[in-house]
Design a protein around this ligand. Sequence first.
Ligand code: NAD
Length: 487
Amino acid sequence: MLTTKVITFSNYIDGEWKEAVSGKTFDSINPANTSEVVGTFQASNEEDVKLAIEAASQAFPSWAATAPSKRAAILNKAASLLEQDADKLAEELTREEGKHVKDAKNEVLRSAQTLRYYAVEGQSFTGETFPNDDPNMNVSTEREPLGVISVITPWNFPVSIPARKIAPALITGNTVVFKPSSDTPLIALRLVEALHNAGIPKGVINFVTGKSSDVGDLLVTHPAIKAVTFTGSTAAGEDIHQKSSFTTRTQMELGGKNPIIVMDDADVELAATLTINGGFSLTGQACTGTSRVIVLKEVKEAYVQKLVEKTSQLKIGNGFEEGVKIGPLANEKQLKTVLKYIEYGKQDGAELVYGGEQLTEGEFGKGFYVTPAIFTNVSPDHRIAKEEIFGPVVAVIEAENYEEAIRIANDVEYGLSASIVTNNLKIAHQFTKEIQAGTVKVNRTTTGNLINAPFGGLKKSSTSTFRESGRVGLEFFTQVKTVYIGY
Ligand code: NAD
């Protein structure tokens, strides 16, 4: 039998690869085959975090004073390294997180593109000048970096989310302490390694792995931390936001319960395809994933028929197999949560018309597999219609008309992404105004966002303080100083 040696990976602090002070480690496992250890990582504690924050603090003045073009050159070099290694990195990402290797490669390339995007945008990100009544005075604003930034990220986009936080932080002259999810530390480390190999000065980026209960508090409460950029669950985001001091900036990108409204004039084939691509791709584990379908009664039957027919054709399996559309869930907690909500759906009186079973036969038995679940006759007050599941479960809710549909769509505490399927221009416009979501789409999936456009949620999907992504994504990482010069 072929056995591969498991590599132990280090933290990265002050430009060096270092073991955790505790001497302890943890394993990252393959969710498609739980007997496979992808890598062993440092189980850090607050001592390691302190060292990382000290290194980042020391590196800050000189990095802030480094020419923007030099900072940009490092981001561009790191992007080239990610691109060169994209196939290898994609394989590692798939082994660690489970998504299909084609999706993994797209994510690696998107991360490289994000570094390049901010290398350009960040160099022209500046203040404004203000006309005033005094002919002998200039009034302008300058944008300055904040200092040390904590970057805390989830496992579902384990390299593109860190890239869209780290790149704008670095290009504007901040230094970073980065803690990835313990489910996907390897691909996160590869991003840091690319920056290291691109010649980033010591201390500018630091990388610490470990449990949030061991390292999370200090990453948020240490007085040298000037800002925390976090993506993850709403519960963790609320906790972090409350713990951080009022002078620490927070950017919290959180959970969702994203609806797609299917109007009575909708092409049901298109509506079913959009639902599947939005709800079941990445095994339903996208924050913008479709989890509720609000369908007008006239087209409900035809739509559900199409949805079930198309869902039954989706191939489930290991992310390395050709044609696989649904991989494993990313970890055991995810599996348990998804199965729990499928039970809730049945208990609350919804009708499970497709899927919702754990797969345990043969190869499936080694991983965290479930068949995609479609519930109909869902009432807006059912738990599967209100709470984030973060898995391949779609709740179909019937509505009388547009007014009822939009009321149901808005009747949740989240507001991340939403879509409508219609050719009625008036309804489409009305929807973009009335829906409570940070990303609003017409005849497109709830998932997906551009690198160059703002991204973020409303309500409990975000603190809504600063948007990520695009040019506005740079604002969070800079503070404004207003300068009056009389002469
Ligand atoms: P999670 O909240 O469990 O963990 C996210 C990260 O935060 C991990 O690195 C974790 O170790 C750390 N963490 C958890 N609790 C913490 C605490 N109290 N203090 C400091 N750090 C803490 O989320 P997850 O399971 O990794 O990811 C899934 C969640 O992420 C879903 O809710 C999903 O909607 C959300 N998400 C949101 C977006 C977005 O942009 N809005 C994007 C992707 C994922």
